[in-house]
Ligand binder design. Structure first.
Ligand SMILES: Cc1cc2nc3c(=O)[nH]c(=O)nc-3n(C[C@H](O)[C@H](O)[C@H](O)COP(=O)(O)O)c2cc1C
Length: 190
């Protein structure tokens, strides 16, 4: 079966990471569906200055957080896995305690119960002890904590190169082969 990805966008700074991840998935011809929270939509408008409907250039569907009966809410869904990018401390906390108060949180809960990949691209600094404990809980439950910490060893010349390398690492982690990912071995040989 073709891998279909679920992408969650919450109201943390760095929604541009989601934009690039969706672009890369489209380039690789993998289908994606997106859930955006109310805060995610606010930060998207503020940081990207684009309408959220632009997401539909790269994704098959765009769900809002209150669509709690949408397909991602059920364990019978066909998604290969979910990436929440960026992931707020609020959503991290909801996942850690299993509260599932909106479609995005419920979908993450479903990924964990179905033992499917769940990647949390958390973004906050510094962390308090509650954040750290929630990361530990989610990690123990099977989520991958993949902090929004881009690398510099490939010497990015601009923001696009920095962000692209970071989102390609996520795709590599999910078993895809994104074009343009620079491994350390390749950088060393340059
Ligand atoms: C411009 C802006 C940037 C924000 N950045 C962060 C952030 O980086 N990390 C975070 O945890 N919350 C951040 N917040 C706060 C969240 O948006 C807020 O806690 C919200 O309730 C999270 O809801 P959600 O998890 O449902 O998207 C930010 C809010 C705004 C307005």
């Amino acid at each position: 079966m073709e891998k279909k990805f679920l992408i969650g966008i919450t109201g943390a700074s760095g929604v541009v990471y989601a934009y690039y991840l969706l672009k890369e998935l489209k380039k690789l011809k993998y289908p994606a569906e997106v859930i955006i929270t109310r805060a995610g939509e606010m930060v998207w408008n503020y940081e990207l200055e684009k309408p959220v409907e632009e997401i539909l250039k790269f994704a098959e569907k765009l769900y809002r957080e209150d669509e709690i009966s949408a397909p991602p809410a059920s364990g019978s869904n066909e998604y290969f896995g979910m990436v929440i990018i960026p992931c707020t401390m609020g959503t991290l906390s909801a996942i850690a305690c299993g509260s599932a108060r909106n479609l995005l949180q419920r979908s993450a809960d479903v990924m964990l119960k179905e033992r499917k990949p769940l990647i949390l691209v958390i973004r906050e600094t510094p962390f308090n002890l509650i954040h750290i404990r929630n990361m530990k809980t989610c990690s123990e439950a099977g989520a991958i904590i993949f902090p929004a910490m881009p690398s510099f060893y490939h010497k990015p010349k601009n923001l696009e190169e920095l962000i692209s390398q970071f989102v390609r690492r996520i795709l590599q982690f999910l078993g895809l082969s994104p074009e343009g990912l620079k491994t350390w071995q390749e950088v060393e040989l340059e």
